[in-house]
Structures are given as structure tokens and as C-alpha cells.
Design a protein around this ligand. Structure first.
Ligand SMILES: Nc1ncnc2c1ncn2[C@@H]1O[C@H](COP(=O)(O)OP(=O)(O)O)[C@@H](O)[C@H]1O
Ligand SMILES: N[C@@H](CCOP(=O)(O)O)C(=O)O
Length: 293
């Protein structure tokens, strides 16, 4: 059985904790019944022994598997990870979503995507990553009475993401600690208006509006101070034709969106100016979690 989950870029500038989209960089796990428990790990995180020994996937999978099944079975888990860890690309959401989906699938129990999303919410309280990880596409989401309420829209093939991934990790938990406890009325109104405009721009496919709508006053500047070069990455991306350029999730990745025709130029300019960072051009993912029995 094979499960794959896409990476995500959350917040999209002003949509702190509520906007996110999926990109076609994915983590995949193949699970087979086996005589003994065993784990193999390839790709991102492969040289991190903690991921093999104390793997968040295995512990969430076991929580669900033991609740769903009365059989005592062992499995071989083969992980192939494309999502860099702690870079604001939703690696933890991918793990949570794939672990829950795998436990149901291995038992042959059908799990609706809406239910999967709400089960994942118990492990990741911000819906802006788990919603695109499950559903794909662009998503606006909020949590009410312990349920995710969301609206989802596919992103056209004429657009691509160009991401700049620094070599330094930023943990989401630590990055949230850099944010103020209180915001002024001006900053609050600024973000509500820009986040609403950004949502409308995605829905109306008005891509030229993104450069205005993607401005933010409540999280990026505080977080990017930890790695001031990110301001330069953002400025360069916008100067080189990005439709928008925002801190991905809690960082450290900078996410930019471009017309497909412009993406190679943008990638080239960013690689030239920031040779010490990894730069990737990727499609958007409109499917979300995939399960193959
Ligand atoms: N492929 C993986 N396998 C196991 N655990 C992972 C994997 N990817 C991420 N994690 C867990 O998630 C943590 C990163 O979560 P977080 O700081 O929220 O970063 P991100 O922005 O990538 O989601 C890692 O320290 C690790 O505990
Ligand atoms: N809204 C959250 C999103 C965190 O995304 P991640 O990919 O960095 O885990 C936040 O901004 O803290």
C-alpha cells in the first residue's frame, strides 16, 4: 500500500493560520506486512537517526492502527521524503495526514477526506497546512467547534511555484514565539482586508492582484528578522517578476508564485543571487493525499 501527501505553503502573506495551498513536492510511504517491524528512510531527513528511531509517523500510525485493528501485525515502512523538514513546507502536516490515512487504508476502512482532515486537526491545530495537504489546491480554512470549515479551489496549470529553501531550519513552535501577543487595530484591519482580497483574487483567478493582496503586517517581518537575507530574497523575487512572494508557513522557505512561462527566469535569477540556498520550480498539486492499495 502506498500513501503520498503534498508539501504545503501556509499563510500566503496576510492569511495567517487560515490560507494555504499544496505544491507537488511529496512525501511517500510504502507499507507492507512483514515478520518484523522495520523502517527505511530515503530523501529529506534520511541522515537524521532520530527520524528512524522515534518517528512521528510510526507513533501516530500505531495510535490509529491499534484502535482500528485487533490483529497483531508487523509492518515494513519505506519512506521516500521530498519535503524538507522545518522549512515551512508542512512536513509535519504531511506526516500526520499520511499516518492517519495509512492506518485506515491498511485495515481496508474507507476514510472520507473530511473526516481525515478533522482527525488531523487533533495533531496540528492550524488548518492552513492540513487542509491543502488533504485536499490539494488553494484553501481558505477556519476552525469552529473543533471542525475545519474550508473552501477549496484548484490552481490552474498556467502557474508555478518557485521556492527558495535556506539551509537553516526554523521550527514552527519557535517561530510562533517571535510573534507579538497583541496587534494594533491598524495592523488587524490591514491583514483582514489583504487576506480577504487575496482569497478573492484566487477565486476570481485575478493573478495581477496578488502583489497588492499578499502584503502582511502581522507575522512575516517578525519571523524574517531571524534570517534577514529573506527580505532580500523576497525583494528579488518580486523584482524578477513573481506575482507574489511570501514566507512559506513559519519559514524558513520563501514561496513565490509565477506564470509558468516566467518561472525558469525567476528560478535562474534566484539561483544566481542566492547560490547557497536551494531553489526549486514546482507545479501546484490539486489532489492532496493519494492512497493506492
Ligand atoms: N518525514 C518526517 N518523518 C518524521 N517526522 C517528521 C518528518 N517531517 C517532519 N517531521 C517532524 O515534524 C517536525 C517539523 O515540524 P515543523 O517545525 O512544524 O516544521 P514544518 O514547517 O516542516 O512542518 C520535525 O522536527 C519532526 O519531528
Ligand atoms: N500558520 C502556521 C503555519 C505553519 O506552517 P509550517 O509549514 O511552518 O508548519 C504558522 O504560521 O505558524
Amino acid at each position: 500500500m502506498k500513501v503520498s501527501v503534498p508539501a504545503t505553503s501556509a499563510n500566503l502573506g496576510p492569511g495567517f493560520d487560515c490560507l494555504g495551498l499544496a505544491i507537488s513536492m511529496k512525501n511517500q510511504v510504502i507499507i507492507r506486512p512483514s515478520k518484523f517491524h522495520s523502517v527505511s528512510l530515503k530523501g529529506e531527513g534520511a541522515n537524521n537517526p532520530a527520524l528512524k528511531d522515534n518517528n512521528m509517523f510510526i507513533s501516530i500510525f500505531n495510535d490509529f492502527y491499534h484502535n482500528l485493528s485487533h490483529k497483531k501485525r508487523h509492518f515494513r515502512f519505506e519512506f521516500q521524503n521530498e519535503i524538507p523538514l522545518s522549512r515551512g513546507l508542512g512536513s509535519s502536516s504531511a506526516v500526520i495526514v499520511s499516518a492517519i490515512a495509512s492506518a485506515y487504508a491498511i485495515e481496508g476502512i474507507k476514510l472520507e477526506k473530511d473526516k481525515l482532515l478533522n482527525l488531523a486537526l487533533a495533531y496540528e491545530s492550524h488548518p492552513d497546512n492540513i487542509t491543502p495537504a488533504v485536499m490539494g489546491g488553494f484553501n481558505v480554512a477556519c476552525v469552529q467547534e473543533n471542525e475545519v470549515k474550508y473552501i477549496n479551489k484548484a490552481i490552474p496549470k498556467t502557474l508555478k511555484a518557485v521556492i527558495v529553501v535556506p539551509n537553516r531550519a526554523i521550527s514552527t513552535q519557535m517561530s510562533r514565539k517571535t510573534l507579538p501577543f497583541k496587534y494594533s487595530k491598524e495592523d488587524t484591519v490591514f491583514n483582514i482586508s489583504h487576506s480577504s482580497l487575496l482569497t478573492a483574487a484566487f477565486m476570481a483567478e485575478d493573478w495581477e492582484m496578488l502583489k497588492y493582496a499578499s502584503n502582511d503586517q502581522i507575522h512575516q517581518k517578525y519571523r524574517m528578522k531571524q534570517m534577514p537575507e529573506l527580505f532580500d530574497v523576497q525583494k528579488t523575487a518580486l523584482k524578477e517578476g513573481a506575482l507574489m512572494s511570501t514566507l512559506s508557513g513559519s519559514g524558513s522557505t520563501l514561496f513565490s508564485m509565477t506564470y509558468s512561462d516566467d518561472s525558469k527566469n525567476l528560478e535562474k535569477a534566484l539561483k544566481l543571487k542566492f547560490p547557497h540556498f536551494r531553489v526549486f520550480t514546482v507545479d501546484f498539486d490539486n489532489v492532496g493525499v493519494r492512497i493506492e492499495i
